[in-house]
Write a protein that binds this ligand. Sequence first.
Ligand SMILES: [Zn+2]
Length: 310
Amino acid sequence: MSKHSTVLPFAFLLSLLGAAPSANAAGLKVVTSTEDLASLAREIGGDKISVEAIARGYQDPHFVEAKPSFILKLHSADLLIVVGRDLEIGWLPPLLQQSRNTKVQPGSPGYLDASLTVEILDIPQGQITRAMGDVHPFGNPHYWLDPGNGRRIALAIQTKLSELQPADAAYFAGRFADFDKRLAAAEKGWDAALAPFKGTKIVTYHRSWPNFVERFGLDVIGYVEPKPGIPPSPQHTIGLIGEMKKLKVGVILVEPYFDLKTPQSVARETGAKVLVMAPSVGAEKEITDYIQLFDHDVNQLVAALKGGAR
Ligand SMILES: [Zn+2]
């Protein structure tokens, strides 16, 4: 995608739509910033809504390249659901502005910040400075990686959909109850699978997994990034290798959109295993919904930890 594609005139974008946006054939048109939120919206909305995600699950959600098609999606949306906590600050606000859709602007009834009712970790204390790197000032935005938060997001979506489409409120409530039950059953399996590895020390590339590790009792002792959003530096990497050897860390979790060069050289030095874990629905083709995301990650992690990982 070339850069200039983002400055297409709005009139041209509208002409791509053909006729004016048609009336709600499938109920509310829901657009989400990520595929995780799209999956949760589908769980609740079923066939009473249509859902489209903007970012793909294999992309870095901090940096998503703007495409004219995103503006079109936003233009005809009835509801926009975002991760919030500034995760999308680098790319979503200009798209939203260019969509000229008053229904889904922040503060409008058609704008849902999914982070408002979840458990947020890493809320920085005191003043944030440039020197701290790309710190998320409102806390860690990777909160969907705790299934408890997935349930809270689903509930917020149920409430919002019922407000916007009250005739289907009972349907949405039924869908939530069903999802809640399936998620609870799946959680039992994930907890049991990871129970033998409580307290295991791991390293991750970015600070994407605090909610995941807190939920499942793992211990992150360091990061490949010296600071959030700052690429690896030789000095930091040497320190990390020393720490990992001392603490016998056997696994390095890497998000699929980061360069594997540094993690692999750290792995060579320490004997640890590099594990590319899926941070989102859609990160791998077979991960098509929220419950599958955890099935995939828990299986992958257990296999690596069982292998002794060293
Ligand atoms: Zn982040």
